[in-house]
Write a protein that binds this ligand. Sequence first.
Ligand code: NAP
Ligand code: HSE
Length: 425
Amino acid sequence: MNIGILGLGTVGGGVVNVLAKNQTEIKRRTNTQIQVTHAAVRDINQSRICSTAGIQLTQDPSEIVNNNSIDIVLELMGGTGLAKELVETAIKNGKHVITANKALIATHGNELLALAKANNTHLLFEAAVAGGIPILKSLEQGLSANQIEMVAGIINGTGNFILTEMRDKGRDFDSVLKEAQELGYAEADPTFDVEGIDAAHKLAILAAIAFGCELQFNKVSTEGISEISGEDVAFATELGYSIKHLGIAKKVKGEIQMRVHPTLIPKTRLLANVDGVMNAVLVKGNAVGPTLYYGAGAGDEATASAVIADLIDVIKGTVSNDVLGWKSFEAIPYQNHNDIESIFYLRLLATDKPGVLADITAIFANHNISVEAVVQKQIDEQDNAHIAIITNQVKTGDIQVAVTEIQSHDFIQEEIKIIHVETLD
Ligand code: NAP
Ligand code: HSE
């Protein structure tokens, strides 16, 4: 079986290394001799994390997708422009394609999967979501008896690594991000990691597989981690929560919601204790109940593990090209963002004068919002009170209206911070 790889960086290099170190086991499982015969790179002279002995390197990736001797193409270069053209050509040339590229699948997966199906080839992408965790196979295979009610996960390793280092070591955002880049965790454009775009790509894929619907990346409401302050982390800790960057997809009353945002999770939840580059995905099925999947969310060999699992599936013929239940996906409506119900954490900086808290709670009462918990820190040198409030479960639209009203009062000294709270019950 001849393999051509587009991209021999973190993931591509990891694939070559894992194929070499586990060759006996992989041969036993597939009864096939797998050889990486060709690889495309940008710079042929650059040093690699893997040996390139026996691999013909090229700077022209079209040589790989048009090479008749190659059976399977691994797209591990990233991006949605050239990568899409190459994947299309490979499929049209009858090759199976395996990719780790969530941006490509989330934005062009519907058409690429249809193309693969029309050409009777496989397009697989386990490594695109949650690195080494076999979450797509778990949804498609192990949980296939269930109606999936919710998928909620820490699905960006870089973001979780940054939040953990900031909380545990008091490090600053930029230096941790730099380290994540050096470790090969971050995307080519790291704003994809910190602004939640990468997690949104992954969530769109998870939701499509969980609910059997089309990929709709543009329906994911997305918020990154760059606005989380040390004060939020301290308040969350005092209130018994951890702040995690979650991707959440739920089916509520026949409608789907998909959202990526910082989230306060009770410290007692397993997800609240997933730290560093690790990812974890909580899946609730209507038969099995809650299940949790944990593992490395990024990195060379962890991601290679998922790529090679797809490769083994293709070689063994244990996949269908109907990977998303594609034939029968439903047109499921998406919930209006304002109708999404959630508990909220609010952080306010208010002038210290009598009646302020009463005014704030009166506005909440007018909008049918209950206050579940309040913490006020000592008055600062500017005579301002630092206040954190946890609400009951309310509609997103209602909290926004109430917060706008509170914000309009002159006792409020800065923009009110709003963060979702999830109990994950
Ligand atoms: P990377 O380290 O930057 O590697 C990209 C590779 O593609 C490099 O070898 C580069 O060549 C090659 N390349 C880029 N543009 C090319 C072009 N126009 N022609 C030929 N070769 C080209 O990236 P990565 O971290 O491995 O990520 C690859 C993909 O996997 C992305 O879609 C990413 O989102 C996904 N992914 C990454 C991880 C992770 O932990 N890193 C995990 C899951 C999924 P040079 O080496 O010569 O520059
Ligand atoms: N940049 C991604 C992350 C790579 O940090 O999770 C794995 O998909």
